[in-house]
Design a protein around this ligand. Structure first.
Ligand code: ADP
Ligand code: MG
Length: 323
């Protein structure tokens, strides 16, 4: 290694030091009787300030576990989790409560869990601000602003029972934003809604993202939400497995088009999961041949071992030979 490379390595920022949310080798093991369930198995994820991101994955892949940890409701078994500069493994219970009231907001799938049924939409939105000690006048101004941003100004005096499912979720977003959190977490926020109503809720989440700059993290088992956000992270078996990034490009004629690119995620130990369709298309299994090229790495199906004794020693059998 040359001196200049060494200098660079020393100056390189720590993993996630510029991110709003850092998950570094996050592990969560549930103990159920004598059985251990590994809900998160070394998950790495970085989220930038101001992003709107979806986390998708099959049922049981660990999405809710991750969100519960990031919103301070649950504590990981091992690893590092940092949200808005706060280390979630090193908080007192008082700090945890303050974190949940001030730094983050959440919206749950069950519309009924988000709102108090005997309060109006406006009263629901104002409640977290009263807890935070905001004065009456400022509280009313901000309640109006939030309901307006969610397109609900006319419905301010209705109770949840008099609102549709989509309207209730939009009120829930306004409640979650009341104390100006840095991040809003939403666990399957459209799970109980039809797709047209779900789109309305996504539009409201986007409004929160663009108008207030709130970072939005949405968890869902519906892979179709990729179309609604810039970046989608897929998790499988408690680890991040791939990402889709959507970019809007504008051609020379001024027409814009959206390109979605899929990326695999390389973990910090260098492990990579190849998509199943790639593996089956080329019959990749067991050992594969890897070759480092100038700007990419090639992967070929491994050739079978020759039946007779090889004339040269097989390099892969020489333990400790890294080449
Ligand atoms: P998802 O939200 O992606 O459906 P979860 O995070 O809810 O997944 O669950 C991940 C895994 O952890 C599943 O195998 C689930 O059964 C298990 N699990 C979740 N919560 C608990 C719990 N409180 N006790 C025991 N096991 C749990
Ligand atoms: Mg879940």
């Amino acid at each position: 290694m040359t001196m200049s490379l060494q200098g660079k390595a020393a100056a390189a920022p720590a993993y996630g030091s510029e991110s709003l949310i850092v998950c570094d080798n996050l592990v969560r093991i549930y103990q159920v009787g004598r059985i251990e369930v590994q809900a998160l198995q070394g998950l790495d994820l970085l989220i930038d300030d101001g992003e709107m991101l979806a986390i998708v994955g099959a049922s049981g892949s660990g999405k809710s576990t991750l969100l519960n940890i990031l919103s301070g409701l649950d504590v990981p078994t091992a690893g590092r989790a940092v949200v808005a500069g706060r280390d979630l493994l090193a908080m007192t219970s008082a700090q945890r409560l303050a974190f949940r009231r001030e730094a983050v907001g959440f919206v749950w799938q069950q519309t009924a869990r988000n709102l108090l049924p005997y309060l109006t939409a406006a009263e629901n939105v104002a409640l977290p601000m009263s807890f935070a000690g905001l004065r009456g006048r400022e509280r009313r101004r901000r309640t109006g602003e939030l309901l307006g941003a969610m397109g609900l100004r006319e419905l301010a005096d209705r109770r949840p029972g008099g609102l549709s499912g989509g309207q209730q979720q939009r009120v829930a977003i306004a409640v979650a934003l009341a104390n100006r959190p840095r991040v809003l977490f939403a666990d399957e926020p459209t799970g109980e809604l039809d797709s047209a109503t779900g789109d309305e809720v996504f539009a409201a989440l986007r409004a929160a993202n663009t108008r207030f700059g709130t970072t939005i993290v949405i968890v869902t088992h519906d892979a179709a939400v990729s179309a609604q956000v810039q970046r989608t992270v897929a998790i499988r078996d408690g680890r991040t497995s791939s990402e889709v990034v959507r970019e809007t490009t504008i051609d020379s004629a001024g027409a814009s088009s959206v390109i979605a690119r899929e990326f695999a995620v390389l973990d910090r130990a260098g492990r990579l999961q190849l998509p199943g369709e790639y593996r089956s298309a080329l019959g990749l299994k067991g050992r594969v041949r890897l070759e480092l090229e100038r700007d990419h790495v090639g992967i070929w199906p491994g050739v079978d071992r020759p039946a007779s004794a090889p004339t040269e020693p097989d390099a892969s059998e020489q333990a400790g030979d890294a080449r």
